[in-house]
Design a protein around this ligand. Structure first.
Ligand SMILES: *Cc1c(COP(=O)(O)O)cnc(C)c1O
Length: 342
């Protein structure tokens, strides 16, 4: 979901961007107007994450999977070692990309055997000389989330695609973090990447420019044409996020998630995928139902209230309700009323 204010502002700019007489869809990527959009996006990310000029921010294409490939390409030489935490579908795919490129890379802990219904342990004794540790802060498909991340003493690379700006975190302690825009930051086709300069200093030099973080930075994020209108939607989302404030967003997200989990836990027809409450995601609530008739009624009532797209991933089945930042408590209350009727 996107907030109505964002949709409204974007729709105005499609017809006439800031009274210039042209559309945001026509804005040239080398125009001053677009430079200003990217600069404001970067400044807002730094402000929201409380990170300073020791970080660089990039606005990239290729989605999550491009990052799954770029991270090992940029940071792993043939003799380097990286470790991956396998907490779900996306985490496993990120690890698989790295293992294709580097034979020393391994999965350090995983809950695949229990269909990811819990988080794997991250209190690990790490292998020596780890170049980085990769983890996924929120597991979109299974509905688990790391609420705290220990101090690993090695650079941590995090996929924050489905929970960026949903809770307050100490972003300064990551070596690199990335998030696709299509969850809490706008529309598909844009990925935010924040990387610490001292971590980036160890980048490999023999990769093609389009896959090199350093080359993108040297080109001022204009190595190839960025997703101009998509980055503008992200700017509107970042302004909205700042206006709400991360503390208020987190409070709201906790309230939304509590309402929904309580309703599911109180109704025996609903079976939560994640039983351990401390592992539960604030963003994605996954459950199945143990009664086919009740399930059909549930789906029908949801459709009547325009609650759509809540079917779960094929590996879990059932339902996945996403409570991204723009979803309101009232939206959740509508769903809770339906759950109580089943
Ligand atoms: C949605 C999502 C992705 C998306 O990857 P794409 O390649 O852009 O489809 C990656 N990681 C996580 C954790 C996600 O939730």
């Amino acid at each position: 979901m996107l907030p109505p204010e964002v949709l409204h502002e974007f729709s105005k700019s499609v017809i006439n961007y800031k009274k210039t007489g042209y559309s945001i869809l026509e804005l040239p990527h080398r125009s001053t107007a677009f430079m200003d959009i990217m600069a404001e996006c970067t400044a807002l990310v730094k402000e929201l994450c409380r990170i300073g000029d020791d970080f660089e921010v990039l606005w990239m294409q290729g989605g999550g999977r491009a990052q799954f490939g770029m991270v090992p390409m940029n940071f792993l030489g043939p003799n380097d070692v990286a470790g991956y935490i396998d907490s779900g579908h996306w985490a496993a795919e990120a690890a698989a990309y790295a293992m294709m490129l580097n034979k020393n890379t391994s999965v350090l802990s995983s809950t695949k055997a229990i269909n990811y219904c819990e988080l794997p342990s991250i209190n690990l004794k790490l292998p020596a000389k780890l170049k980085y540790l990769h983890l996924t802060t929120n597991n979109t498909i299974y509905g688990t989330q790391f609420s705290t991340i220990p101090d690993f003493k090695v650079p941590v690379v995090a996929d924050m695609s489905s929970d960026i700006f949903s809770v307050q975190r100490d972003y300064s302690k990551f070596g690199l973090f990335y998030a696709v825009a299509q969850k809490n930051l706008g529309t598909p086709g844009t990925t935010m990447v924040a990387v610490r300069k001292d971590f980036l200093a160890n980048q490999q030099t023999y990769i093609a420019p389009a896959f090199s973080y350093t080359k993108h930075l040297q080109a001022g994020n204009l190595l190839n044409t960025p997703n101009v209108s998509g980055i503008y939607v992200t700017l509107l989302m970042l302004r909205w996020t700042k206006q709400q404030g991360l503390a208020a967003i987190e409070k709201n997200n906790r309230e939304k998630a509590a309402l929904l989990y309580n309703a599911i836990d109180a109704n025996k027809t609903f079976v939560p995928h994640v039983k351990k409450t401390s592992d539960r995601s604030l963003m994605n609530v996954c459950f199945t139902m143990n009664n086919k008739d009740a399930e059909a009624r549930f789906v029908k009532l949801c459709e009547q209230e325009q609650i759509v797209g809540i079917e779960g991933h094929r590996s879990v089945g059932g339902f996945r309700v996403s409570l991204y930042n723009a979803v309101t408590t009232d939206h959740v209350k509508t769903l809770v009323e339906i759950i109580e009727k089943i």
